[in-house]
Write a protein that binds this ligand. Structure first.
Ligand code: ADP
Ligand code: MG
Length: 664
């Protein structure tokens, strides 16, 4: 072992969970399920899985099933956390990441046959369960951040509850930061609970006297004020998303210059940048971390003394009536606000600046609603069906979703051809569930050979699965960036534009300088290439044909647009005479606007869209021109007269239907 190993070991032994090591291991030995609740930063995520691993290795000196090594798995709701924490643990154990300690996140597997401790996103463990419902390689599974109540973690609860019965040798540790423990204790009746008290210093909470109109402005001003009038100590600012965070970092840096070290923290940040967050700072330079919710409980940054909390986060919301799921910047809950404040008191007494009034705080929800209550469940239903759950209503969930939402999901899957009349998984549905994508995208890929363009559709899907590839700086660079983007623009739509970018990237041999010159996000492009390769592998497993239409043929783009529609026919909008677009699903319609990022040079009568964005207005983002008659050709069951909306689109569709019948 290196000297650094012992240095880190000393630090580790000071973490609050170490006091409970013996008690924890003894409880785990005597029980199949253990609940562990501890303050954020007490060492749950980094230490407990190592304790567990030690015990597993001691008790199972010989190898596990089929000569392979037994695994300890620890789930994380966020990919950044899985990656960052596993790296840290590899360092603590003095091994290379990917060897004994590894991680698996969507589209990236950094584990090997040597791996005995694996951090993975909850979604990935669910996927593993699809392939092997008994999770045979695992000896112990640690469900971490249970308090977050993500959809995948909730499903894992239900699933593991069954698996533990069939596998008495499998153990489960549930770890959580806040005390929703009674909810988990009711769910797993009679399970022992270990509480790890944290070492929190007092945190003074300061509210604004008036509500703030612009929380970004207020956050920046507060940071400057802290820097100018408060004693040394690092600052943590909570914002909602990448663009906002990058922008705020630039603005703070331009105001405070070299006196501070401003760092962003969000999920698509490169691993090297993520690691920089943990570098200790000197007294002379104040560290200012501007982060998404990741820093609320998933990652603990030592040395934070001041927290700036505007009170918002991006949350998934779903309206079953309109079937719209979107990410919306929404007020956080009281529990979240308290967690955020707690980040200021880890190493010394701290201060939390809440950029809202005390009255507003009292009006916040006590807890954030579980994700399962806020989601479109089509993917969930597909997963459960694949896992062999026959009756969804009897599947034991902590918070069962509304029957409406469930019914909608079943209906969507039926129209996508994933379920048959008896609600059983079809062959198509089975294939769809193998793609780590939403059901519509999976469907689009599966049917793309019928339009002779699976190569193109794969590229578009890959581009839709990675962060936005266009970089658009504020101020000076913006014009140049827009000009660069226009070189890729396809007049018929954003999907085709993405395809152009992807092709250009390959033509330029994936060159980084080329990306830089063209305001293209190099990392996003590299991951698109990687995602595409993985999708190709799944395709070949099912022997789905890889094919391209002739690029010079008139129908090249027509075929691609038809294939898009074959997956996304439920996400279509029609231009009304009022100049507005109306979406419709069943008899429901919604006024929407094309997102300003679109590159269409005209307003087509019909568009297919990838995403619904709710801000002050309703936007549809990533849109491509389609023809109305394709709807009745491609999805005749869905677009039948009885389902037509009461808009102008109705008449247009009726005409298409009539024509179609005449020609038959
Ligand atoms: P919990 O899961 O209870 O919130 P963690 O196990 O995540 O606690 O964190 C324990 C300690 O390990 C914290 O002090 C944290 O700062 C430290 N730590 C975690 N990841 C890293 C890292 N990548 N580099 C340095 N320190 C880290
Ligand atoms: Mg943790």
């Amino acid at each position: 072992y290196s000297g650094r190993y012992f240095e880190i070991l000393e630090k580790r032994k000071n973490l609050p969970v170490w006091v409970h090591k013996e008690e924890f291991l003894k409880t785990l030995k005597e029980n199949q399920i253990v609940l562990l609740v501890g303050e954020t930063g007490s060492g749950k995520t980094t230490q407990i899985p190592q304790f567990v691993l030690e015990a597993v290795l001691n008790e199972n000196p010989s190898s596990g099933p089929k000569g392979k090594k037994w695994l300890v798995g620890c789930t994380q709701p966020r990919r950044v956390a899985a990656m960052s924490v596993s790296r840290r643990v590899a360092e603590e154990m003095d091994v290379e990441i990917g060897d004994e300690v590894g991680y698996t996140v969507r589209f990236e597997d950094c584990s090997s046959s040597k791996t005995v401790l694996k951090y993975l996103t909850d979604g990935m463990l669910l996927r593993e369960a699809m392939a092997d419902p008994l999770l045979g390689r695992y000896k112990v599974i640690v469900l971490d951040e249970a308090h977050e109540r993500t959809l995948a973690t909730d499903l894992l609860f239900g699933l593991l509850k069954q698996t533990l019965v069939s596998r008495p040798d499998l153990k489960l540790v549930v770890m959580s930061a806040t005390l929703e423990a009674d909810k988990f204790q009711n769910y797993f009746t009679g399970v022992p609970l270990i509480k790890v008290p944290g070492r929190l210093y007092p945190v003074e909470i300061l509210y604004t006297r008036e509500p703030q109109r612009d929380y970004l402005e207020a956050a920046i001003n507060t940071v400057i004020q802290i820097h100018e009038s408060e004693p040394p100590g690092d600052v943590l600012v909570f914002l909602t998303g990448e663009e906002e965070i990058e922008d705020t970092c630039r603005r703070i840096a331009s105001k405070l210059g070299d006196q501070v070290n401003v760092m962003p923290l969000y999920s698509t940040l490169s691993p090297a940048m993520q690691q920089k967050i943990f570098d200790p700072t000197t007294d002379a330079v104040r560290k200012i971390v501007v982060s998404t919710n990741i820093a609320e409980t998933s990652l603990t940054i030592d040395g934070i003394v001041y927290v700036v909390d505007p009170g918002f986060s991006k949350q998934k919301l779903y309206h079953p009536n309109t079937r719209v799921e979107s990410l919306l910047v929404s007020p956080i809950s009281q529990a979240s606000a308290d967690q955020r404040a707690g980040r200021a008191g880890r190493t010394q007494p701290g201060k939390c600046f809440r950029l809202y009034t005390e009255k507003s705080f009292k009006e916040l929800e006590k807890q954030t609603y579980a994700e399962i209550l806020r989601s479109n469940l089509a993917n969930t239903v597909l997963t459960l069906k694949r896992l062999g759950v026959e009756n969804l209503l009897h599947f034991d969930l902590i918070d069962p979703p509304a029957p409406d939402t469930l019914a909608r999901a079943l209906d969507d899957l039926y129209h996508l051809g994933a379920l048959d009349d008896e609600c059983n998984l079809t062959k198509t549905g089975e294939m769809m569930s193998e793609f780590p994508l939403d059901p519509q995208m999976a469907k689009m890929i599966i049917v793309s050979p019928q339009f002779n363009c699976s190569n193109e559709i794969l590229s578009v899907s890959a581009m839709l699965s990675v962060p936005n590839c266009f970089i658009r700086p504020r101020g000076e660079g913006q014009k140049a960036a827009d000009k660069a983007k226009s070189m890729f623009s396809h007049i018929d739509g954003d999907h085709l534009t993405l395809l152009n970018v992807f092709h250009a990237f390959l033509q330029h041999n994936q060159n980084q300088d080329w990306c830089y010159e063209n305001f293209i996000n190099y990392r996003a492009m590299k991951s698109a290439v990687n995602v595409r390769e993985q999708l190709v592998r799944i395709m070949s497993r099912f022997q789905i044909k890889l094919c391209s239409p002739d690029f010079n043929s008139r129908d090249y783009y027509v075929n691609i647009r038809k294939a898009l529609l074959a997956g996304y026919f439920m996400q279509v909008a029609h231009l009304e005479r009022t100049g507005n677009y109306l979406t419709f699903r069943d008899k429901d319609d919604q006024v929407v606007h094309l997102h300003p990022s679109n590159c269409l040079e005209y307003k087509p009568e019909w568009v297919v869209y990838n995403e619904y964005v709710l801000t002050s207005r309703n936007f549809i983002r990533t849109v491509t021109y389609i023809q109305g008659e394709w709807l009745v050709d491609i999805a005749p069951d869905y677009y039948k007269p009885a389902n037509f909306p009461n808009s102008e689109a109705k008449r247009v569709l009726q005409r298409h239907c009539k024509k179609r019948r005449l020609s038959e």
